[in-house]
Design a protein around this ligand. Structure first.
Ligand code: ZN
Length: 673
């Protein structure tokens, strides 16, 4: 069994509900902050303005419309409570606190006016942490990480399902379970799907020495491939965008980050992965693991590229992995990702109802279980119909001639779905998920010729601002819109001004104030975080250093050489490479592999084969050396001319080859040009 730490740091960043990463520079996460006093009009610690009367009214209307006091979810979240550690603190290898019981202690009581009360309710539920019994022999540790770790008692030990994001949180969660359930060994691990928050913590429950002992590792087909490659090529941009989606630079407070909707914030610890010893690749596949019968359902290309669910017939318990949860999930994720298949997703839940419809309990990789057959069926049908409704209604309206923005505005869940808390917009939203369905069928173009080749943002903004009477007039109109509580319109106006006049501080502050209010009103955790991170960056500039590639060298060193060259190909500077034709042999002494890398037509190809005798240079190196070269840990010229590098042929050619690639630091602006 081979351990292969996952991949480029940037891809890890992007992979979370996938979120966080190893080392985000300058990403101290301020905790706490007092709940807003309604009358407090001072700016928050990060400059956020107070909620306006429009925001207070909008949030009050939500509180009035929803039965927020309904105790059912709170009873479900507390059911089977075994124990908790009210003071748990988990630190990473560098001593930073990455998860702690008290980080969200401010989420208590009624919602402050700066938080949508429905999101506040969800945040309270997600703050419930500890060890819980799901049913006889099945337990979950919740609240240590964005996801849950589940434990199933076998005849000789524990079967662990989804060992969290980081080894540190996984170890802490397991320690809590062991303290109260005893020291039985771990006999098997099940990875439900290829997202980092469900496998990254493997080393915390199964140290590598143990992993050699023939412990059974069950995962869906192509697990490691999907887990390590889903986001490699686009990882830098996804990582930057993920910091918005999860509000990574925000303080945790009533005017900052309160919840992701799916769970608490992603954790920044140590990640690992193990390859499966047994693969699940069809529905109906059965395994007996340590005396426990499992019936699997294979659900690829739904919530994740590869995923499984399983039924425990002896317990009448279905683990729905992440295809069911207590939120409308993402058909599109705001960090940027390929859109997900709503029809397949809904179909899998329907199939689960067919196959496992006698279940007495449903538990999942996030949130709390649902018990009792009638409630289970009601919950599953509503989750199924949620995705099916969005799919069908988007197409109905598209076929009636509506474009994606019009569809997003027009679609509203029917009364029977929107009144179920598990179907609400806490993580995904009806708005952006209908756009995802549109994109899946029609792509980015809505059919309107004016949208085929529009001017790019800065040029469009400069001309629009001029046409509207100049910067002063646009600022005035933007402020008037904000004063009327027309925040979506105000954001459109002021965004034009910020892109036309990025140095205009009044414009930036006016837009930031608008983003504050949009964030405070959002029911979705990611929408709130996106708006509030946007406001923060308008006020204080780009936050965080982006993925620290050099710090990821240890992970990069596990990357197969072929994937490394694919990643390199996406950094080729087309203008510099135009007209260049070059071949370089890379002979990896440690891997026993030779790769011939060629550039022509401004495209990089690589083949693993014998060295090309006509190549401009032949380099003998180790993978670590390649990582150092690529991450710029030493000067390029210095490394290439060092005695450590064995080169036959031209070192100058080699230098010019490496000069053709971008060094993307993932530090680009988003809310300004
Ligand atoms: Zn997850």
């Amino acid at each position: 069994m081979k351990t292969r730490c996952a991949i480029v740091l940037a891809s890890l960043v992007a992979m979370l509900p996938s979120g966080c990463n190893v080392e985000m520079e300058h990403m101290a996460q301020p905790t706490a902050g007092d709940a807003d006093a309604g009358a407090d009009t001072r700016a928050g610690a990060q400059g956020n303005t107070a909620p306006t009367r429009f925001t207070e009214a909008a949030n009050a209307a939500v509180a009035k419309a929803l039965p927020l006091a309904d105790p059912q979810d709170f009873e479900d979240a507390q059911r089977g409570f075994v124990a908790s550690d009210p003071d748990f603190v988990v630190k990473n290898a560098t001593g930073d606190t990455i998860s702690e019981a008290r980080a969200y202690a401010f989420v208590t009581g009624d919602a402050p006016p700066s938080v949508n009360p429905s999101l506040w309710r969800q945040a309270k539920l997600n703050s419930v942490h500890g060890l819980f019994q799901v049913t006889d022999g099945v337990y979950q540790v919740r609240g240590y990480d964005v996801a849950n770790m589940s434990l199933i008692r076998g005849s000789s030990g524990w079967i662990v399902v989804d060992p969290l994001t980081a080894s540190e949180t996984a170890a802490a969660a397991l320690a809590l379970a062991r303290k109260h359930l005893g020291d039985a060994p771990i006999v098997a691990v099940i990875f439900t799907h290829s997202h980092l928050d469900h496998f990254g913590g493997i080393a915390g429950v199964l140290p590598e020495e143990d992993a050699q002992r023939g412990i059974r590792i069950i995962a869906p087909r192509s697990f490691v491939e999907e887990a390590t490659s889903e986001n490699v090529l686009a990882g830098v941009a996804m990582g930057r965008r993920a910091s918005f989606m999860y509000g990574m630079p925000l303080e945790r407070s009533a005017r900052g980050h309160v919840d992701t909707g799916l769970g608490k914030a992603p954790v920044r610890g140590t990640f690992g992965i193990l390859e499966a010893t047994e693969v699940v690749d069809r529905t109906g596949q059965e395994l007996t693991i340590d005396g426990v019968r499992f019936e699997f359902q294979f659900v690829p290309h739904s919530e994740a590229p590869t995923e499984l669910t399983f039924y425990l017939p002896e317990h009448k318990a279905w683990c729905g992995a992440e295809i069911v949860s207590h939120t409308l999930h993402n058909l599109y994720t705001l960090r940027g990702a390929k859109v997900r298949d709503a029809l397949a997703w809904s179909g899998y839940i329907d199939e689960a109802i067919e196959r496992f419809g006698d279940a007495e309990v449903v538990f999942a990789s996030h949130h709390w279980p649902v018990t009792g057959n009638a409630r289970v069926l009601d919950y599953l049908k509503k989750q199924r119909d949620l995705y099916r409704f969005l799919h069908d209604q988007t197409l109905r309206l598209a076929n009636a001639g509506l474009g994606p923005e019009e569809i997003a505005e027009a679609v509203e869940l029917p009364s029977t779905l929107r009144t179920a808390f598990a179907n609400r917009d806490y993580y995904g939203t009806v708005s952006h998920n209908t756009k995802a369905v549109y994109q899946a069928y029609f792509g980015w173009y809505d059919g309107n010729p004016a949208h085929l080749d529009p001017l790019p943002p800065v040029e469009a903004a400069e001309r629009t601002v001029e046409a509207m009477g100049g910067g002063g007039e646009v600022l005035r109109k933007g402020r008037v819109a904000a004063e009327r509580g027309e925040y979506r319109w105000a954001a459109m106006l002021l965004n034009q001004l910020v892109f036309a006049e990025p140095e205009n501080k009044d414009a930036s502050e006016a837009l930031a104030g608008v983003y504050d209010q949009l964030g405070y009103q959002a029911e979705s955790g990611p929408w709130r975080d996106v708006y509030l991170t946007g406001a923060l960056e308008l006020r204080r500039g780009v936050q965080g250093g982006g993925p620290n590639i050099a710090a990821a060298a240890g992970l990069l060193s596990h990357l197969p050489a072929g994937e490394f060259f694919d990643s390199l190909a996406t950094r080729l500077d087309a203008a510099k490479a135009d007209g260049k034709q070059v071949a370089i042999n890379f002979i990896f002494s440690d891997l026993g592999e030779t790769h011939v890398v060629t550039i022509e037509n401004a495209v990089l190809h690589h083949r693993q084969r014998d060295a090309d005798p006509a190549a401009a240079a032949t380099v003998r190196l180790t993978r670590d050396f390649l990582v150092q070269l690529a991450t710029g840990q030493a000067g390029l010229r210095e490394m290439i001319f060092s005695d450590d590098l064995a080169v036959t042929g031209s070192r100058l050619e080699l230098l010019s080859f490496f000069s053709l690639f971008d060094k993307s630091d993932g530090h680009f602006p988003i809310v300004t040009p």
